[in-house]
Ligand binder design. Structure first.
Ligand code: HEM
Length: 243
C-alpha cells in the first residue's frame, strides 16, 4: 500500500481527536460558566416546554437573527440548510447499508451543496460591502469563509467536473472507523477536499464556529421568564446568603 492512505488516515485520526477533545472541553467550559442573572430576552416563555420550543425555533429558523437582520438571515439560513442537506448526503460514506431516507435525500444533497456555497458568497460579500461589518472583520473571519467555500467548491467539482470513485472513498472511511487501512483514490480534487475538511475539524474548537454548541448555553435564550415564581439564585450568591 502506498503511503498516501497512511498519511490521510493519521491526519483524520488527529483531526477527529482534536475536534472531539476540543468540543468536549469547550462544552464543559460553557456548562460551568455561571449565569448569575435572570436575563431572558422578553417576551420570553414562562416554562421549560416554552423554552424548548423557543430553542427549537432558534435552531431551525434562526428566529432572533430573522428579527435582527434580514440579509444575514437569508444568506445564513440558506448556507446552514444547504450544509444540513450536504451532511445528510455524506452519511452514505459512513453507514452501511445506507438507510432509505439517506438514499432519498441524495439529489437534494447536491442542491444543498450549491445553496451552501451561494449562502457563503452572500455572507462573505457582506464583509466587503457593508462598511461597519468590514471594519470589524478580521483575518480569521475571511479564513473560515474561504475554507468553507473551498470545501464546497472542491466537493461540487467532484460532483460535476472530475468524478471520483466514491465506493473507494467509502471503503477508506469505513475502514478508518474500524481501524483498518483501505486504499484511497489519489484524485487531486478529493485530496484537496479531504485536506480542507481535516483543517476545518482541527480549527473548529478554536473558532467562531463554536456558536453552534454555544447557542444552547445562551442565557437570553435558554432561561424562562419566571423571576417572581422562582427565585433565581447563582451558586455564589447562595453561599453568601448562608454565611
Ligand atoms: C470526511 C468527510 C468527507 C468526505 C469523505 C467527503 C467526500 C466527498 C465526496 C467523495 C464528494 C463527491 C461526491 C460525488 O461525486 O457525488 C463530496 C462532495 C461534496 N462535499 Fe464532501 N466530504 C467530506 C466532508 C465534507 C464537509 C464537512 C463538507 C462541508 C463543510 C463537504 C461538502 C461537500 C459538498 C458541498 C459536495 C458537493 C455536493 C455533493 O456531491 O454532496 N464535504 N464530498
Amino acid at each position: 500500500m502506498s503511503f498516501l492512505p497512511l498519511v490521510y488516515a493519521l491526519l483524520f485520526y488527529f483531526a477527529a481527536s482534536i475536534l472531539l477533545a476540543g468540543l468536549t472541553w469547550k462544552i464543559l467550559q460553557y456548562a460551568r460558566t455561571p449565569a448569575p442573572l435572570k436575563i431572558p430576552t422578553t417576551p420570553a416563555p414562562i416554562g421549560p416546554s416554552g423554552v424548548a420550543l423557543r430553542m427549537l425555533r432558534e435552531v431551525v429558523f434562526f428566529e432572533s437573527l430573522f428579527k435582527g437582520n434580514k440579509w444575514i438571515w437569508i444568506f445564513g439560513w440558506v448556507f446552514h440548510f444547504g450544509l444540513f442537506l450536504v451532511t445528510l448526503r455524506h452519511l452514505r460514506y459512513f453507514i452501511d447499508p445506507v438507510w432509505l431516507p439517506i438514499e432519498l435525500i441524495q439529489p437534494f444533497g447536491i442542491y444543498g451543496g450549491m445553496a451552501m456555497v451561494a449562502g457563503l458568497v452572500g455572507l462573505w460579500a457582506r464583509r466587503f460591502l457593508v462598511d461597519r461589518v468590514r471594519y470589524i472583520t478580521g483575518p480569521s473571519d475571511h479564513l473560515i469563509l474561504a475554507l468553507l467555500v473551498l470545501i464546497g467548491l472542491s466537493g461540487l467539482g467532484m460532483t460535476f467536473v472530475v468524478h471520483v470513485d466514491v465506493i473507494s472513498v467509502k471503503h477508506f472511511f469505513r475502514g478508518l472507523m474500524s481501524f483498518n487501512l483501505a486504499p484511497l483514490p489519489a484524485d487531486p480534487l478529493l485530496l484537496v477536499h479531504l485536506l480542507l475538511v481535516a483543517t476545518l475539524m482541527i480549527v473548529f474548537p478554536f473558532s467562531k464556529l463554536l456558536h453552534a454548541p454555544g447557542l444552547f448555553f445562551s442565557p437570553t435564550r435558554n432561561q424562562a421568564d419566571n423571576p417572581r415564581e422562582k427565585r433565581h439564585l447563582a451558586p455564589w450568591a447562595k453561599q453568601l446568603e448562608q454565611q
